[in-house]
Design a protein around this ligand. Structure first.
Ligand SMILES: *[C@@H]1O[C@H](CO)[C@@H](O)[C@H](O)[C@H]1NC(C)=O
Ligand SMILES: *[C@@H]1O[C@H](CO)[C@@H](O)[C@H](O)[C@H]1NC(C)=O
Ligand SMILES: *[C@@H]1O[C@H](CO)[C@@H](O)[C@H](O)[C@H]1NC(C)=O
Ligand SMILES: *[C@@H]1O[C@H](CO)[C@@H](O)[C@H](O)[C@H]1NC(C)=O
Ligand SMILES: *[C@@H]1O[C@H](CO)[C@@H](O)[C@H](O)[C@H]1NC(C)=O
Ligand SMILES: *[C@@H]1O[C@H](CO)[C@@H](O)[C@H](O)[C@H]1NC(C)=O
Length: 314
């Protein structure tokens, strides 16, 4: 009896650290990272060309979205920014944890919609990846420096915002993220687009990443910038390259083209900002997420021995 009690106490002492893993939140982080490793190997069908995306035009897709209730019917908005499929794998995951896409958006002042409520019509896009036209993944708004409620202000007063789609269909799975960026008017003005609002929306978003104002008329198809942004102790380096040949420099077919084009400039200037994103710093705890080291094989052996010993001793 005495030796049984002793064994029981020893078992408790030895299992305590292991039991604590079960309640330790780091355990779930470990589980998640395991899952992520296995899921990224299963998504190995992702095949990224050197430029980081497939041109939607190559397979019957479009670089213009399809907006609802337009006049004439069928007007769209330019997909004027792309997050390259060659970006850090973590940035291409649509989530806020682990330095994901939503955390990257927060790093340059953009967040999901006010209190999670969608305002306005959905738009559809066909990225030429075999999925056809489908509605945006989400609408993201400039948060006026307030990550909690700033996007509510954007919804009411207007400001910069974008819809995005992921190029992940079976026939062109680059994982690239296509964004339709524009600077919109207030809710009172039915969220129309300000003059030159597509080109400005793209360049002000790029300016938010680089920290320097971008002069839209100066941007050409050989313009490059680099910017560094951080959120939740993840630091992102974004290399930005403007490219031509995807969008057209035109007014034709662009939503609100009667009011957006200004001084002879087309509503779409024909340029797309391609963002290649790397994570250069991660939070301390992500690299050392074990507060206790994981159970070693010898500890497990000892544990099974101790479980057996009361039987042996009785
Ligand atoms: C896409 O959005 C439109 C209009 O907002 C809606 O009518 C339609 O049901 C949506 N489609 C899907 C598949 O959710
Ligand atoms: C950041 O975005 C806001 C809203 O679009 C814009 O007013 C501001 O000029 C941008 N900052 C830079 C440096 O471009
Ligand atoms: C844009 O170009 C004009 C004319 O070349 C120049 O004077 C101006 O400084 C440029 N603006 C920026 C922000 O580089
Ligand atoms: C970021 O790191 C600092 C210490 O370097 C720490 O105090 C802070 O809690 C961290 N913040 C987040 C959101 O991880
Ligand atoms: C505007 O677009 C038309 C094609 O729709 C093009 O012919 C014209 O040159 C463009 N204007 C400018 C200023 O680039
Ligand atoms: C806007 O685009 C439509 C085609 O969808 C075209 O008929 C119209 O002339 C354009 N308007 C302007 C002001 O360029």
């Amino acid at each position: 009896m005495g030796s049984r009690m002793l064994s029981f106490t020893i078992i408790l002492l030895c299992t305590a650290p292991i039991l604590s893993y079960a309640v330790n939140p780091d355990w779930s982080a470990w589980e998640r990272s395991k899952w992520r490793r296995s899921s990224s190997s299963s998504s190995s069908t992702r095949n990224v060309p050197p430029e980081g995306y497939y041109s939607p035009l190559a397979a019957g897709g479009s670089m213009l979205t399809l907006a609802q209730n337009t006049w004439p019917v069928g007007q769209g908005e330019p997909l004027n920014a792309i997050i390259s499929g060659n970006s850090d794998e973590r940035v291409l995951q649509d989530k806020e944890e682990d330095g994901g896409l939503r955390n990257y958006f927060l790093s340059f002042g953009f967040a999901g919609e006010c209190l999670g409520q969608h305002v306005g019509d959905h738009q559809a896009a066909d990225l030429g990846d075999g999925r056809g036209f489908h509605n945006e993944t989400a609408v993201i708004r400039w948060n006026y420096g307030d990550p909690q409620l700033g996007t509510c202000k954007e919804t009411i007063q207007g400001g910069n915002h974008f819809r995005y789609w992921v190029q992940d269909g079976p026939s062109a799975n680059s994982g690239a993220i296509f964004m339709a960026t524009s600077y919109e008017k207030s809710l009172d003005e039915q969220h129309g687009i300000v003059q030159n609002g597509y080109n400005l929306g793209r360049d002000w978003l790029v300016g938010n990443i680089t920290g320097n104002f971008i002069d839209t008329p100066n941007v050409t198809d050989s313009t490059t910038f680099t910017g560094t942004t951080s959120w939740s102790n993840y630091t992102y380096q974004t290399d930005i390259k403007y490219v031509s040949g995807l969008l057209q420099n035109t007014n034709i077919g662009i939503n609100h083209n009667d009011s957006v084009s200004v001084n002879g400039m087309n509503a779409s200037d024909g340029l797309v900002a391609v963002l290649l994103v790397k994570i250069t710093e991660t939070p301390q705890q992500a690299s050392a997420s074990w507060t206790l080291s994981p159970p070693q094989f010898w500890q497990l052996q000892l544990l099974s021995l101790l479980f057996l010993s009361p039987l042996l001793l009785s």
